[in-house]
Design a protein around this ligand. Structure first.
Ligand SMILES: Cc1ncc(COP(=O)(O)O)c(C=O)c1O
Length: 361
């Protein structure tokens, strides 16, 4: 993937109006460097998933080292990234409706585009559209390795689909992908599930190769299964996304990443044993629990639409002071904001648009 020019930092120090999403760029860059160090010498590549932040300026800072391109979950995210200058995108999801297929093919005229597929019909439609436009679209056969969501259910189906992709013009079979989902340390039979998922990938890759099909890419895994994916001999490419920003629930795993994003709020009300911050569910994703206070202790936290009410012991922070909370779910959180503020040390140094915010189509 060719390097893309960085934006110029804003000239003066900035203060933020709250509630605001702030990324600590030092931590973000350290996470990116830590992933690169883990991959070095493994022969594997990484394709950062931009669904995490939908922010081109952050994606730019994930390039280099073992990064071959970006992963997106929607055509809209891919469009935003190509518009921002990125030239290699994997849409790691099924695209079946004609309008989206047309957008995908239009993108393939401007960048290297690969898409997941698990059914002959959209593959045939993609071939017709790509041929009419005179472009080639890469295809990864999506394999259902654990989630029972998308993906072909057997090596036999993978071989049938591979035959069709190879026969049709405008398409290039690049290999397979499979996503095992987030597997927490506390999940029942975690290692058995991962082993089963990776065995399904290996079996499918071997069956395709035996049948004479190319399998240059075996793309899988996210942050929670990074160590297992690195140790797996079949996987060639890792689709991790959250690693660069991290989430509190993943901190107990043996991973060299720290939380880089916070919600900055202002104390707007103060009472004995209680303060209220202007951070509510309109600005923070709550699927993995409430946001976590940074550098201060609370006895309890409750989140409303616009308020975080926190029970605290004295001394309480003054009215008007700013405090940070780490979001439990960064993907939803980023999708709730137009901009992300950027800090280095104690200073705010920039503000970047979350360009693909809302690009869920
Ligand atoms: C298909 C796919 N690949 C990779 C990932 C990345 O996982 P993570 O963000 O936990 O690293 C996701 C996340 O949801 C995904 O849906």
């Amino acid at each position: 993937m060719r390097p893309v020019a960085m934006s110029t930092p804003l000239p003066s120090a900035l203060t933020v109006s709250t509630p605001a999403l702030v990324v600590d760029l030092d931590i973000f860059e350290a996470n990116v460097a830590a992933l690169d160090a883990l991959l070095r010498g493994t022969g594997k590549t990484v394709r950062p998933h931009v669904k995490t932040h939908r922010t081109p300026e952050l994606a730019r800072r994930q390039l280099g080292g073992s990064v071959t391109g970006l992963t997106s979950s929607t055509v809209g995210e891919a469009e935003a990234m190509v518009d921002a200058g990125f030239d290699d995108l994997l849409v790691a999801n099924e695209v079946v409706d004609p309008a989206k297929i047309a957008r995908l093919v239009a993108l393939a005229d401007r960048a290297s585009i690969t898409v997941a597929a698990d059914d002959p019909e959209p593959v045939a439609a993609l071939s017709r559209a790509a041929t009419a436009a005179g472009v080639t679209v890469g295809v990864l056969i999506d394999v259902d390795i654990l989630l029972h969501r998308c993906g072909v259910g057997s090596a036999r189906d993978a071989i049938a689909l591979a035959g069709q992709i190879e026969r049709l013009p405008g398409l290039r079979l690049r290999g397979i992908m499979g996503y095992e989902g987030r597997l927490r340390l506390t999940d029942d039979d975690r290692s058995g599930k991962i082993a089963g998922a990776y065995a399904a990938l290996a079996e499918t890759a071997a069956a395709l190769r035996d049948a004479g099909f190319p399998v240059d890419v075996v793309s899988a895994a996210g942050t929670s299964t990074l160590r297992e994916a690195l140790a797996d001999p079949t996987i060639t490419e890792i689709q991790a996304g959250v690693y660069a920003l991290m989430e509190p629930e993943l901190l107990i795993m043996d991973l060299p990443f720290r939380c880089a994003a916070v919600l900055r709020g202002t104390v707007i009300s103060r009472h004995p044993g209680r303060i209220v911050l202007d951070v509510g569910r309109r600005v923070v994703g709550m699927e993995y629990g409430p946001p976590v206070p940074v550098g201060f202790a609370v006895q309890a936290i409750s989140i409303g639409d616009e308020h975080a009410t926190m029970m605290m012991e004295d001394p309480l922070p003054p009215l008007g002071s700013q405090l940070d909370l780490t979001p439990g779910q960064v993907r939803t959180t980023f999708n709730l904001h137009d901009h992300v503020w950027v800090s280095r040390g104690d200073s705010i140094v920039d503000r970047w648009p979350i360009t693909a915010r809302g690009s869920s189509q």
